[in-house]
Design a protein around this ligand. Structure first.
Ligand code: BG6
Length: 510
């Protein structure tokens, strides 16, 4: 783009250490859903942009015995082949993918895997291996132990990518951590929270610290509240078995939304290095008191108003008397000079009225006097879908009038950055792990601090069987009292919901 001034402020992690040529990437749980939907499409994306190490080999490992052809079909299932060029690239990509089946708890199986890896490394003296654990939590530790014992190169090095859930409360997270600690060093572990790989989440620090006017107003003197919202338009629909053990708070709030909150609230890091960024994130978390149940509402979706969509309890994989929350709104505070008294509202739900993840920073009222009633400024950072940043602001309505109107400064990515590719979160994170850059991964003390904030609330909800989530219709905004709840923390809803962004014409088109 000719008119874009580009300067590069990438992480400069000390000791960042890219995987060398001839490395081997092993995807454990290669026949599962995560691998099929996210890991392999991301690896292929990196291959297309020539970002994998030269002469890399990728090995899938899982329990199922699958023929190589079926395996390759499986890992390509979610890769979009748009034209002949991509078709050819996919063939090339598949040519260096192989599969080994084996158990997760048997040394012999891992020895077979290691032998296969060594053959691919063809006598390399300092082999490097990246293990991606696309695995259910119950086999996490056992696989990490077996890998270290059987598949860790004697010279050279290894790194391991792990995915949530990292436990279900503070104690179980610490247990997991203690079981990994003696075998994998912290700098070998890459804990994924895929929200940290999303383009707009990675933009938050640039927006805040690269724009003086935003930096200057980013505090309790000017900001009234911050809301971080996650909406999904679908329920669990037959896949509630896993969800029911976790609920919405553990599923997306303690991790994804809290990560976004720390980026919004942290102080300016000394540099963009991984440790400087993560030090500041941990500092914010440590300034957050545990959540007071008085500042929480929970809900569970019911049938849609027209009866066509099922309730959560209609899902056959969910216990009939489940009290699991599929919606929650949680108000948290940060006890530091910058934020004391400002409510940070985390709001998340399944089976709501749309698909959206956004941060809404609502500013305080302007001084009254010359204005009788003028709406507040809001800065909205839309993480997905359709990345955008817009600032709702007041302007004089043009013409022979003194009326004001709400308008917006609008940075919609698809309009402003038409030709640029927005990578998938997993592409970006796997690339960071390949490059040895920890900036966008969760550090052990960060995980601990986040569980400390949420665990008392989670135990309170688990133990008090008389707390029943409020029902809300499938496809609605959430429980009926949500707006009153938000208003009680000073949030003024956009002109009672009348303001719409982006503006649409009568036929709904932009
Ligand atoms: C996952 C949750 O971590 O994040 C899912 O387990 C949720 O329940 C998903 O649907 C949302 O991710 P994304 O990238 O689609 O917003």
């Amino acid at each position: 783009m000719a008119d874009t001034i580009i300067s590069n402020h990438g992480s400069s992690e000390k000791g960042a250490n890219p995987l060398p040529a001839n490395s081997v990437i092993v995807v454990l749980g290669a026949s599962g859903d995560l691998a099929k939907k996210k890991t392999f499409p991301a690896l292929f994306g990196l291959y297309r942009y020539d970002l994998l190490p030269k002469n890399v080999k990728i090995v899938g490992y899982a329990r199922s015995k699958i023929e190589e052809d079926d395996y390759k079909k499986r890992i390509s299932a979610y890769i979009k082949v748009l034209d002949d060029k991509v078709k050819k690239q996919l063939e090339e990509f598949l040519s260096f993918n192989t599969y080994v089946s084996g158990q997760y708890d048997k040394d012999e199986s891992f020895q077979v895997l290691t032998k296969h890896i060594e053959e691919l490394e063809a006598g390399a003296t300092e082999p490097h291996r990246l293990f991606y654990m696309a695995l259910p939590p119950n086999v996490f530790t056992v696989v990490a132990q077996h890998l270290k014992r059987n598949s860790y190169p004697k010279n050279g090095g290894a790194r391991i990518i792990i995915e949530k859930p990292f436990g279900h409360d503070l104690a179980s997270s610490r247990e997991l951590q203690t079981s990994l600690e003696p075998i994998w060093a912290e700098d070998e572990i890459f804990r994924i929270d895929h929200y940290l790989g999303k383009e707009m989440v990675k933009n938050i620090l640039i927006l805040r610290f690269g724009n003086e006017f935003l930096g200057a107003s980013w505090n309790k003197n000017h900001i009234s509240s911050v809301q971080i919202t996650f909406k999904e338009p679908f329920g669990t629909e037959g896949r509630g078995g896993y969800f029911d053990q976790f609920g919405i708070i553990r599923d997306v709030m303690q991790n994804h939304l809290l990560q976004v909150l720390t980026m919004i609230a942290m102080e300016r890091p000394v540099s963009f290095s991984a440790e400087d960024i993560r030090d500041e994130k941990v500092r914010v978390l440590r300034a957050m008191p545990i959540i007071d149940p008085k500042n929480v509402i929970i809900g569970q979706y019911d049938k849609s108003d027209d009866g066509t969509k099922p309730s959560y309890l209609d899902d056959e994989t969910v216990p009939k008397d489940s009290r699991c929350a599929t919606f929650a709104a949680i108000v948290t505070y940060i006890k530091n000079d910058r934020w004391d008294g400002v409510p940070f509202v985390l709001k998340a739900g399944k089976a709501l009225d749309g698909a959206k993840v956004e941060v809404r920073v609502q500013f305080k009222d302007v001084t009254s006097g010359i204005f009788k009633d003028i709406p507040r400024n809001e800065l909205v950072i839309r993480i997905q879908p359709s990345e955008a940043v817009y600032l709702k602001m007041n302007t004089k309505l043009p013409g022979l009038t003194t009326k004001t109107s709400v308008t917006e400064l609008d940075l919609t990515y698809k309009n402003r950055f038409k030709d640029l590719h927005i990578p998938e979160a997993y592409e970006s994170l796997i690339l960071d792990a390949i490059n040895g850059d920890h900036s966008n991964f969760v550090r052990d003390d960060e995980l601990d601090a986040s569980w400390k904030i949420f665990t008392p609330l989670l135990h309170y909800l688990d133990e008090n069987t008389d707390i029943i989530p409020a029902k809300y219709p499938y496809g609605s905004r959430g429980p009926a009292f949500l707006d009153d709840f938000l208003a009680s923390y000073g949030y003024v809803r956009e002109q009672n919901g009348l303001y719409n962004w982006p503006h649409t014409s009568a036929n709904g088109k932009l």
